[in-house]
Design a protein around this ligand. Structure first.
Ligand SMILES: NC(=O)c1ccc[n+]([C@@H]2O[C@H](COP(=O)([O-])OP(=O)(O)OC[C@H]3O[C@@H](n4cnc5c(N)ncnc54)[C@H](O)[C@@H]3O)[C@@H](O)[C@H]2O)c1
Length: 259
């Protein structure tokens, strides 16, 4: 223990996509606090670099939909650090033009599939060979509770993309289990992000409609998701692979919630 923080990731090399904001940012802070050497990946250079600096890590400006970019990123990390222990494929988008199937255009559908699902395909495809050489590695892919339950407030491509992340992670977890590589799908419930706060401050009814379903009666803090990421990244989760790892305040288990 260093201060109050466990040191489960001493000198492990961790790549976090979408590390400039939200869950990715909180995870960069948590993994670094547990001793990892963190590479923050983001399209947004300003926020990504600020997080990397704050955690004494490195920043790489890569668009995760770019195949050459992702391949080069992992090759470069391994060349410089000699290893790749943890990959958190986390970056994702939920744009407003991804809505009901009746109004969502094919371009919005494709863009969300590219950023949320194809990027995870690439992030696994080019990380796994490095981990195979080491005989060890932990990959965590961000899905969502919407991969497990339906919403009448649809974001159709987003939901489909997260279902894809869940199924792909399960398959990879099974395929590479005996090579020491664990792959898990992290399924957060709704998280208290600035975007969500802004949306719900304008529309309290919209917030209430969602909050009523969560037994814990609140949204998650990014740090609570990051704690699960650190667990899945560490050897404490050595018998956990191919899982749908829920961190959802009880949402998916609930029928009637407390008053
Ligand atoms: N916030 C929630 O309530 C919630 C709930 C469940 C799942 N998730 C998922 O968790 C993940 C992180 O969500 P968040 O709320 O922290 O998001 P966020 O918007 O705060 O951060 C996402 C980051 O990804 C980066 N990014 C976007 N497109 C990129 C690209 N093409 N290449 C590289 N970087 C890119 C953005 O610049 C941003 O820094 C997403 O996959 C999201 O779908 C979020």
């Amino acid at each position: 223990m260093k201060g109050n923080t466990l040191q489960r990731l001493q000198d492990r090399v961790a790549v976090i996509t979408g590390g400039g904001s939200g869950i990715g940012k909180a995870s960069a802070v948590r993994l670094a606090a547990e001793g990892a050497r963190v590479v923050v990946v983001d399209v947004d250079a300003a926020t990504g670099k600020a997080v990397a600096d704050a955690v004494n890590g490195e920043f790489a400006q890569v668009d995760i939909t770019n195949e050459d970019g992702i391949r080069g990123l992992f090759d470069d990390v391994v060349e410089r650090h000699g290893r790749l222990d943890i990959v958190f494929n986390n970056a994702g988008i939920s744009p407003p033009d991804d809505d009901s199937i009746l109004t969502t255009g094919i371009d919005a559908w494709r863009r969300v599939q590219e950023v949320n699902l194809t990027s995870v395909f690439l992030g696994c495809k080019y990380a796994i060979p490095h981990m195979q050489r080491q005989g060890k590695g932990s990959i965590i892919n961000t899905a969502s509770f919407v991969a497990l339950m339906g919403a009448a407030t649809s974001q159709i491509s987003y939901t489909a993309s997260k279902g894809g992340v869940l199924a792909m992670s399960r398959e990879l977890g099974v395929q590479f289990a005996r090579e020491g590589i664990r792959v898990n799908a992290l399924c957060p419930g709704p998280v208290n992000t600035p975007l969500l706060q802004e949306l719900f401050a304008k529309d309290p009814e919209r917030a209430a409609r969602r909050l009523v379903h969560i037994p814990l009666g609140r949204f998650a803090e990014p740090e609570e998701i990051a704690a699960a990421v650190a667990f899945l990244a560490s050897d404490d989760s050595s018998f956990i692979t191919a899982s749908q790892f829920l961190v959802d305040g009880g949402l998916t288990g609930a029928y009637v919630t407390p008053l």
